[in-house]
Design a protein around this ligand. Structure first.
Ligand SMILES: Cc1cc2nc3c(=O)[nH]c(=O)nc-3n(C[C@H](O)[C@H](O)[C@H](O)COP(=O)(O)OP(=O)(O)OC[C@H]3O[C@@H](n4cnc5c(N)ncnc54)[C@H](O)[C@@H]3O)c2cc1C
Length: 291
């Protein structure tokens, strides 16, 4: 781990290589400016073009798309069934169920994206097994199973006893487990590169090495970058760059719409951001700070 070791994660080394898109040099006028080219920004740009093909959409990425966590994460796709107990505390039973059910659209959403775009992101759909390896961990697993049962969705968190667990993975440390059917894995670098390619194919203007240095809100909003400005009717700031928390949710037709506002980052915020990534893509409706 010497200092001269390249910082590029293996995921991005393995993924199809890219030529950086040019940095913004001059002024640009668009309908929507998206700041940040990770999953959130790229999904958002794609969703906007799908909703409104005539919309002029630009993504401004400070480095190269996917260089942040989107290109260097664990690659696990899983919604909120394993977090149901915490979700009930945060949102109440109805809210927790709505969050978890909406999250279940993430794996089919990625599956659909891969199929439609003809890309290989190493999508592997298989249940996720959570295990306890010490007595202190048993309770959390029991609570996950109980929450699912109490909300009438016991099939989302199925208990696995010691013998069955040993058949799946024979470790003397594993005491019991819970099986979540809503799960998959991807090669995260491939996914973010595929998203980047899709946004370009859909006519999104992408400027890399173009950090937002100042935002002047108004009508239009003006995004200032080192060598140019973007005037935009709407502005979508990549949520991960802001502390964001879900403050409420409601249903519009069959879609869950989550309302966000900047808040203190707490243990739910990280999950919330991921949830919004998925929802943004799957439900194509997002009421977010700054948008
Ligand atoms: C080690 C690790 C493992 C993880 N494992 C998983 C997992 O297995 N499953 C899972 O679902 N999630 C996982 N996550 C979380 C997941 O990676 C993130 O939730 C997700 O990548 C967030 O995407 P994003 O687009 O919101 O943010 P990012 O990927 O952070 O993208 C933000 C982008 O904005 C750009 N940017 C920032 N500031 C500016 C600016 N001023 N101007 C222009 N551009 C700017 C950055 O360069 C970056 O490219 C993991 C995260 C980490 C760190």
């Amino acid at each position: 781990m010497g200092e001269d070791r390249p910082l590029t994660p293996w995921w991005l080394e393995e993924a199809p290589q890219i030529e950086p898109e040019p940095a913004l040099d001059g002024d640009l006028e668009v309908d929507v400016a998206v700041v940040g080219g990770g999953y959130t920004g790229l999904w958002a740009a794609l969703a906007l073009r799908e909703l409104e093909p005539s919309a002029r959409v630009a993504v401004l990425e400070g480095g190269l798309c996917g260089e942040g966590p989107s290109g260097r994460n664990g690659g696990f796709l899983h919604g909120y069934w394993s977090s149901l107990t915490r979700a009930r505390r945060a949102f109440g039973d109805g809210g927790a169920l709505a969050v978890a059910q909406a999250g279940s659209a993430i794996v089919p959403g990625v599956r659909d994206f891969v199929k439609r775009r003809g890309v290989d992101v190493w999508l592997r759909e298989a249940p996720m097994l959570e295990v306890s390896a010490a007595p202190a961990q048993d309770e959390a697993l029991s609570a996950a199973v109980a929450s699912a049962r109490e909300l009438g969705v016991e099939e989302e968190a199925v208990p696995v006893g010691r013998d069955e667990l040993a058949e799946r993975c024979s470790s003397p440390r594993f005491r019991r487990g819970v099986l979540y059917r809503d799960a998959a894995t991807v090669q995260p670098g491939r996914l973010v590169r595929a998203l980047r390619a899709a946004t370009l194919a859909e006519g999104v203007v992408l400027h890399e090495r173009t950090p937002l240095v100042r935002l002047r809100r108004g009508s239009p909003n003006v995004v200032e970058t080192p060598q140019g400005r973007v005037r935009a009717g709407k502005f979508h700031q990549n949520l991960r760059t802001l502390p964001v928390t879900i403050v409420g949710h409601r249903r519009i037709d069959s879609d869950a719409v989550f309302e966000l506002e900047p808040g203190v980052l707490h243990h739910w915020a990280e999950k919330s951001v991921q949830l919004v990534c998925g929802l943004n893509f799957v439900h194509k409706k997002l009421l977010a700070s700054g948008s």
